[in-house]
Design a protein around this ligand. Structure first.
Ligand code: HEM
Ligand code: HEM
Length: 185
């Protein structure tokens, strides 16, 4: 390792990489399923999009609780104050969308009166009474937020690759091999 950097806790790293894999499945799945015509494949994709989306929501709630128990390591000294603000803002927005977008999907489907299955184990309850005329607006908004989210992720991944391959300042190790260090205060 070129730099001695403080890493995230093992739990935080595990959540990060599981969430990353699930998000990489969810966004393309959302785009493909809405483009397909009705049929068995579309139904299967909807089923998994809803189930994985609810799983993601649960994981993020747990991740935020865990963040509170084991706070993020101190920011790397190599990062300028401006870049610190940018990276914190992008991370904050990623968490916000990861919480808000599943709720929008859940509310939209409740308004539509469609089932919200969780991997065939059970259906989630409706959050609001059925009101189809309003369902479309919420689901469209969910779809737009999903697409904006994809751009935010691209920015985040580009930043990570910049640190890894160009700046080589050890920031990628914070989410991979570097051992956990508690922040001072
Ligand atoms: C190839 C894909 C990815 C790479 C290489 C990557 C890399 C990283 C790295 C190195 C950090 C630590 C940054 C720091 O120390 O300040 C980080 C943090 C973070 N990443 Fe990623 N990431 C990827 C994908 C994702 C995805 C898909 C999401 C979710 C939408 C995501 C959400 C986050 C969040 C929320 C943080 C902040 C962690 C915290 O402070 O709790 N990442 N990522
Ligand atoms: C972080 C989690 C989620 C992400 C990133 C996400 C992302 C997306 C994207 C990108 C689309 C398609 C956009 C388009 O049509 O162009 C979409 C559509 C959709 N999503 Fe999600 N989604 C998530 C969670 C959920 C959840 C939890 C549910 C339901 C419980 C859900 C239900 C739907 C539905 C019904 C559509 C189709 C909307 C329509 O027909 O206009 N999503 N989602």
């Amino acid at each position: 390792m070129a730099h001695q950097v403080a890493g995230y806790s093992a739990m935080a790293k595990t959540y990060h990489w599981i969430v990353a894999i699930l998000v990489f499945i969810m966004v393309p799945m959302g785009l493909v399923m809405t483009d397909l015509g009705p049929g068995a494949l579309q139904n299967t994709l909807y089923f998994y999009h809803k189930s994985i989306g609810i799983l993601l929501f649960l994981l993020i709630v747990l991740r935020l609780l865990q963040h509170w128990i084991t706070p993020a390591p101190p920011p790397p000294a190599s990062l300028s104050p401006a870049l610190r603000i940018v990276s914190r803002s992008v991370h904050g927005l990623l968490y916000l969308v990861l919480i808000v977008n599943p709720i929008l999907g859940w509310i939209g489907l409740s308004l539509y009166g469609a089932p919200i299955p969780f991997f065939g184990l059970f259906d989630l309850p409706s959050l609001v009474p059925q009101d189809r005329p309003n369902a479309e607006g919420i689901l469209d908004f969910h779809a737009t937020v999903g697409v904006v989210f994809a751009w935010l992720i691209a920015l985040h991944v580009l930043g990570a690759f910049y640190h890894w391959l160009i700046a080589k300042d050890g920031i990628i190790e914070r989410m991979t091999t570097a051992p956990y260090q508690k922040p001072k205060n």
